[in-house]
Design a binder for this molecule. Sequence first.
Ligand code: PLP
Length: 407
Amino acid sequence: MNPLKKSARLATVNYDIRGPVLDKARQMEDEGHKIIKLNIGNVAAFGLLPPDEIVQDMIRNLPGAEAAGYTDSKGLFSARKAVVHYTQQLGIAGVAVDDVYLGNGVSELITMAVNGLLDEGDELLVPSPDYPLYTAVTGLAGGKPVHYLCREENGWLPDLADMRAKITPRTKGIAVINPNNPTGAVYPRETLLGILQIAREHGLVILADEIYDKTLFDGAEHVAMASLATDVLVLTFGGLSKNYRSCGFRSGWMIVSGNKAHAQDFIEGLNMLASLRLCANTPGQLAIQTALGGYQSIKDLVAPGGRLARQRDRAYELLSAIPGVSVVKPQGALYMFPRLDPKLYPIADDQQFAYELLAAEKVLIVQGTGFNHGDTQHFRLVFLPHLDDLEEAIARIARFLSGYRKR
Ligand code: PLP
């Protein structure tokens, strides 16, 4: 009998944030080692728990959720209405309850949107570096991810000339992650307007991933892309995982705005895909109204002196002090994407580098190529651990690098 093989589509799929280096870390934990895990933005693992108000309302609502059973495929009216009110605060025009889809986290909705958009061989423009879900689901949908460059020397902002140069007759859309994972960049209005202009000229859909839109440092301003255009179709993704520290509730939304009249067939496809998965989990939906009703305590954590702001500042300071390490200071989200100078640290295989760091110092990071970045000189870390753990982790990275230099 032939061995059962995975589908050919899966052959292109990578998700190194939970990849083989994490498997190795788990094995080491089973053997009794304590690993400092800087690999994943799972805020709860670092004691950043959902706001009590959300938890208490969820508990109160659970008996109702039981009675509700499946909800409408797109989600509960009250929760979608709360998202509509949120769009009004963001300045996104013309959004009705029917334009809002709720999902089990935005991951499910991003997967739905990409599947609804692409035919075999169609192209989606995806940033490099990216949050790797976009590249993965584009391949799974039979499409081709085409990476536009974000420039480190320019604060990791997208290179619009590169984006434009990579458009072909098969391009269907542009994914824009702002604030960005893995780089922490927050895009200025002009950059967003430039991307919208490209989309307008070529009839492309924008997938605007704004899941970190309240996770902002140094007074950075976040502009909702969909607030800047009514003549381009924009799918805006947001949710509770990060801003409301509730990733375990699996609750997110997708907002369809802009040139909807031109996209009726695509929207029918989205409705079909929403129906196929029946609905998002009801308790997660019930949390949305409370969350959007004003409880925004991530703001205290990211404000100057707040826990996340202090951790970001310290991680930046300590990493920048290591010879041959440079890092763009993140203005948003929960990550840093440092660069290792190839003259001091010539890294041929960055997954191997991550394995070696793990084995030697018991610190887990994710290699830059896991984010579809073009070189092997970067890695991503989360600055979520408390200061003492963070300081310890970066001291270990520094020690490892100092040995690496002397090889
Ligand atoms: N989009 C980005 C940019 C992310 O960083 C993440 C999670 O880290 C997600 C989407 C997934 O979010 P969710 O928990 O809502 O599925």
